[in-house]
Write a protein that binds this ligand. Structure first.
Ligand code: 4AD
Ligand code: MG
Length: 448
């Protein structure tokens, strides 16, 4: 019996007869030749069927194959530089085939262009497309890089709850559920619990799904997304930014190194990603507002639709075109620090002597991918925090434990949250976040 191998390992079996189990992406050819494009999860390659080698009966089986039929193929691995696939350069000279299931025809997703709603209805099938395969592999690599970097830099993974009694990131995007007769909410963030955990472990992170009932459809917002949130004791904003730039650079460089084939398949121009190395530029919100208003006065526009950069008043939060403009002025991600406290969450430490701004930082990705990280120094004074909770009209009794943290050994501390889908979309160069997660939750859709 020939060994059963995965396409990704074909390079180790050149000249040998092996078995591969997978699916037929496409069948082409004519006369005595048939070409099967085969994927098995690990890679994509071509199996070549030649009638005189196979005999009429087996060749007829090959000719009967429909798109997405499941098959067990046996044949010799050949190295050929021109052989298409991922990784390219290897193909199979078919000697036998077993059809596990002949797929129903026609396959709903044809190689023609489909509308987005159709593709989302068929997400369970769309996921098999080369592009979607590549994106999910980049995602897995990004997630592994996130964990590796944090684990190697003294952060402890501590899981935080999904069912929570109070808002972490503002009350407008809460998903409310019934917790045995009491209202509860799906977690918007694990941060508040992370802040408790630093007093036990010093440096922690949580990493899980988070939920936001975003009321508008945009390419940058999902209802359910994954976020990694590191939190660090004895850490001020300046030190936080140094951690963030190291962390993000590691993620991007790891993806470039490990996913070169996937990024090539996606047609990603990786030259801009190669720049993603420390240090990242830092500008204040004040300076950002000036830059935006200078651009608006000049009539500057932003891609992809050459939209004019709208003017902004000090105190307003940025919209997508503002972020795209700002990010476009730099060759790598840019930190915007010291936002007005009024547009940020209640827990951010005010800047000493300038309480109208807070010690916050957003990291804006290049090429219009917007904010990939939100972070800040946290308020460490219990009375100031109580006042902030009242000011934001949050239910005080739900936060008593959080205020306690400031009473027993309070320290300056900081943390941030990086959105996985935004990071993956940026690295892959895909327009919409919905492709960065296997089963996206977008406004107006819960299936499949
Ligand atoms: O800026 P945000 O709201 O910050 C927090 O949640 C903090 N508690 C993080 C922390 O300091 N521990 O969200 C952080 C990141 C954003 O920069 C973005 O990448 C992502 O989470 N994000 C979303 N991603 C997809 N869909 C949405 N609706 C998102 N909202 C935020
Ligand atoms: Mg934010």
């Amino acid at each position: 019996m020939p060994p059963i191998i995965r396409i990704a390992d074909a390079k180790d079996y050149v000249g040998e007869t092996v078995t591969v189990r997978g699916w037929v992406k496409r069948r082409t050819g004519k006369g005595k030749l048939a070409f099967l494009r085969i994927r098995d999860g690990s890679g994509i390659f071509q199996a070549v069927a030649f009638r005189p080698n196979l005999g009429d009966e087996t060749f007829a089986k090959v000719k009967s194959l429909t798109t997405e039929s499941s098959v067990i193929l046996t044949g010799q691995i050949k190295a050929d530089e021109r052989a298409p696939g991922v990784p390219g350069g290897y193909e199979m000279d078919l000697s036998d085939i077993e059809i596990v299931q002949l797929a129903e025809a026609p396959y709903p997703i044809a190689p023609k262009e489909h509308g987005v709603e159709f593709l989302l209805d068929n997400r369970h099938l769309w996921l098999r497309a080369d592009s979607q395969w590549a994106i999910q592999r980049v995602r897995a690599t990004v997630i592994r890089a996130i964990r590796d970097w944090l684990d190697d830099h003294g952060f402890l993974l501590v899981d935080t709850p999904i069912l929570t009694p109070a808002a972490g990131e503002g009350t407008t995007t809460l998903f409310e559920i019934d917790y045995h007769g009491e209202p509860a909410y799906l977690a918007q963030t694990g941060q508040l619990y992370n802040e408790a955990n630093i007093f036990t472990f010093g440096k922690v992170y949580c990493f899980g799904p988070t939920f936001r009932a975003e009321k508008s459809k945009t390419r940058r917002h999902l209802q359910e997304f994954w976020m990694v949130e590191p939190e660090i004791a004895f850490c001020k904003l300046e030190e936080l930014l140094e951690i963030e730039e190291q962390f993000v650079s590691y993620i991007v460089q790891t993806a470039l190194e490990k996913c070169a084939d996937e990024l090539k398949l996606l047609g990603r121009d990786t030259s801009l990603l190669e720049n993603v190395q420390p240090s990242f530029p830092r500008i204040t919100y004040d300076r950002a507002v000036e830059m935006i208003n200078e651009a608006a006065a000049r009539g500057d526009t932003v891609p992809p639709h050459n939209e004019p950069v709208p003017a902004i008043e000090w105190g307003d939060d940025f919209g997508a075109p503002h972020e795209t403009y700002l990010a476009g002025q730099f060759d790598r991600p840019v930190f915007v620090t010291h936002y007005p406290s009024a547009v940020k969450a209640f827990y951010m430490e005010p800047e000493p002597g300038r309480p109208e701004v807070c010690r916050s930082a957003d990291l804006l990705a290049p090429e219009g991918y917007g904010e990939i990280i939100g972070g800040s120094e946290r308020m460490s004074d219990p009375e100031m925090l109580e006042a902030a909770i009242r000011k934001h009209k949050l239910p005080e009794d739900a936060y008593d434990w959080y205020i306690d943290l400031r009473k027993y050994g309070s320290v300056p501390h900081s943390g941030f949250g990086l959105g996985v889908e935004r990071t993956v979309a940026w690295i892959c160069g895909i327009h919409h976040l919905r492709e960065a997660i296997a089963f996206p939750r977008v406004l107006g859709r819960l299936k499949p």
